[in-house]
Design a protein. Structure first.
Length: 279
């Protein structure tokens, strides 16, 4: 587990970063609701809670289903200055701009013993969500919250109980698809190769070259579908062995949108709760 994730999990535990008890609901409560009861309530964006201090043994291979990740806070890495004028990189709090469509749900996969450790391999489900946050300075940072291609290796060989940890790398696809066109009609598979009246830049022509203008134009005109990497760590806080379900907290670090290669990605730190159960 890297230092950023370890510190983030410690922070979650110290402030009790869990859903308010008054609004907690179980998987059974969720399944008992009708469509009309869920519609417009925000419940579809919530993860069920788990109570219990049991344990779940995994013998061989087991199917993990209904995995849900509900973010509770978002931070972005920025350069900040102190009173002495020196700058350093630190994670600052942000404001969520996306409506209640940022949770991941219905994720499934297999849990099995690999190299003496319990390992979860993600296979299917709603494993990405387009999200936008805003910094205190007003800058909006879009990113694709992702759990794609996760292979999470556990801290032990089991059983799954309070304190069990697992984590691994995830794939973060481009925030925009290849068919996306920017305001000037530029894209990767469709649209123009460069914006109108800027043909000279294609011939190596300088346009504010001392300020990097030509390089900026090149990045804007040459769109790329970039697939980057992130990391996620889970820590189990409660287990209901009767229902074979467990839940806890998670911390995710991943890059933000690059505007198809035109911008340098920022590092996004997402903290929240998760739920999962075995079939």
């Amino acid at each position: 587990m890297n230092k950023v994730v370890s510190a983030a999990i410690a922070g979650i535990l110290s402030i009790g970063c869990v859903a308010p008890a008054a609004h907690a609901f179980s998987k059974a409560d969720q399944l008992s609701l009708s469509y009309e009861q869920v519609k417009g309530s925000g419940i579809a964006n919530r993860c069920p809670s788990v109570t219990g201090t049991g344990s779940i043994n995994i013998n061989g291979k087991a199917n993990l289903v209904d995995m849900c990740l509900e973010p509770l806070s978002w931070q972005v890495e920025e350069e900040v200055s102190d009173r002495k004028g020196s700058t350093k990189k630190d994670f600052i709090n942000t404001k969520l701009m996306t409506r209640q469509t940022y949770s991941l749900d219905g994720i499934s996969g297999t849990m099995e013993q690999k190299d003496g450790k319990l390992t979860f391999t993600e296979e299917d489900g709603i494993d990405y969500a387009a999200t936008t946050i805003q910094t205190p300075g007003g800058e909006r940072v879009p990113f694709l919250f992702s759990l794609k291609d996760l292979v999470a290796k556990g801290s032990t060989s089991g059983p799954i109980k309070e304190g069990f940890e697992m984590g691994g790398a995830v794939t973060v696809p481009s925030y925009r698809t290849g068919l996306f066109l920017d305001p000037k009609g530029r894209g990767t598979t469709t649209g123009y190769d460069f914006a109108g009246a800027l043909m000279a830049s294609q011939n190596g022509g300088a346009l504010d070259e001392e300020e990097g203008g030509s390089e900026k134009l090149f990045k804007e005109n040459n769109k790329r579908f970039e697939v980057l990497k992130g990391n996620v760590e889970f820590q189990v806080k409660s287990v209901n062995d009767a229902e074979k379900e467990f839940g806890g907290i998670f911390v995710s670090t991943q890059p933000s949108d690059t505007d198809m290669g035109a911008k340098v990605p920022k590092t996004i730190l997402t903290k929240g709760i998760f739920y999962a159960r075995f079939e």
